[in-house]
Design a protein around this ligand. Structure first.
Ligand SMILES: Cc1cc2nc3c(=O)[nH]c(=O)nc-3n(C[C@H](O)[C@H](O)[C@H](O)COP(=O)(O)O)c2cc1C
Length: 320
């Protein structure tokens, strides 16, 4: 065998995201990372029940906490994969340090948001991990692919947090015109029928956030869980008021915080400065959720939610 062939043989292969989604998981579903909501227990519950659990690195309050979280998740999950979301934004001064920790601790799946990072992709590939990148526009999808990411998450209209504006019926096929690799789609998915619809559109899997907010394992406070359970799509407002980037929030939480809902909904740019004009904090007091809030009917364990979606997925496959 030549040296090159031997090198190739011993070279670590990046995790195959499509194989993971379609062959290793029970349903092709990623528990989406949610600021102040996804923690160790939710990720472990998701990844040990046949879907891929993820959390944003900043949910661990410090870099040292992140190391502890990764240690605990690794111990509790054994071989089952999970993911960490790294948000590359000027306001996130933890990005570099958290990325280093995730590489050193060989996190199986990294989900990057905002700026894709080719150097990080190379480092993750070197230990056999994979990088997914989330995007809300076709242009950003192209840029992420140029950076060498292993898969894309198309965050569509109605998604909780910084949701996009495109319907998946247009977004997925448009991206499929130039990309045949692993593709995940999110935004309001919370039923097995939604998973099947995403697969029928050409996606390999779905990204589900809001449906997991009112789970026993989520870090959301009880009032937040109750508000999700009591809300419907009409109770979700898409506004740049709080961060400058439009995001979906629960209107009753805006009312509860004493803010002028009309002003919040009509805002065309950021108008909220936490701590000065207002004492409430975005995300902590103003609660994020997507248009899929109506899927939730009570607090359940993540395992129960996953069971229900899996059963519905099988049933809808049989019906069609
Ligand atoms: C409360 C909340 C917090 C979120 N925080 C993050 C985050 O920190 N990083 C990120 O990439 N996406 C974040 N998201 C977006 C989710 O990862 C995902 O795109 C979205 O929840 C999918 O749509 P769905 O909520 O309709 O299922 C957040 C969503 C919610 C509801």
């Amino acid at each position: 065998m030549t040296v090159e062939a031997a090198d190739k043989e011993t070279m670590v292969q990046p995790l195959d995201l499509r194989e993971l989604l379609l062959e290793r998981l029970r349903i092709p579903l990623i528990g989406a990372p949610m600021f102040l909501v996804s923690g160790v227990d939710l990720v472990v519950a998701q990844s040990s029940n046949g879907v891929l659990g993820t959390f944003p690195s900043k949910n661990a309050r410090t870099a040292a906490d992140l190391v502890d979280w990764l240690d605990e998740i690794g111990q509790r999950l054994g071989e089952s994969p999970f993911g960490v979301n790294l948000v590359a934004h000027a306001s996130n001064d933890r990005y570099e340090g958290d990325a280093r920790i995730c590489v050193d601790m060989k996190v199986p799946v990294i989900v990057t948001s905002l700026a894709p990072a080719p150097d990080l992709v190379a480092e993750v590939h070197a230990y056999g991990g994979a990088v997914l990148h989330d995007v809300t526009t076709v242009r950003h999808a192209e840029k992420a692919l140029e950076a060498g990411v292993d898969g894309l998450v198309l965050v569509c209209a109605g998604a909780g947090g910084h949701g996009g504006k495109l319907t998946p019926f247009a977004f997925v096929p448009e991206v499929r015109q130039f990309y045949s690799g692993p593709l995940v789609v999110g935004g309001g998915v919370g039923t097995g029928g939604g998973v099947l619809a995403a697969r029928a559109l050409g996606a390999d899997g779905v990204y589900v956030g809001t449906r997991f907010i009112p789970t026993a394992e989520s870090l959301a406070v009880p009032e937040y869980k109750d508000m999700v359970i009591g809300s419907q799509a009409k109770d979700v407002a898409y506004t740049p008021y709080f961060s400058g980037v439009p995001a979906n929030y629960l209107v009753p939480s805006i009312v509860r915080a004493g803010l002028d809902v009309g002003e919040v909904i009509a805002a065309r740019s950021r108008a909220f400065v936490s701590g000065s004009r207002h004492t409430v904090k975005a995300w902590k007091d103003i609660w994020g959720a997507g248009q899929g809030v109506g899927h939730s009917d009570g607090v359940h364990s993540a395992a129960e939610i996953i069971d229900q979606i899996a059963t519905e997925y099988d049933t809808s496959r049989g019906v069609l």
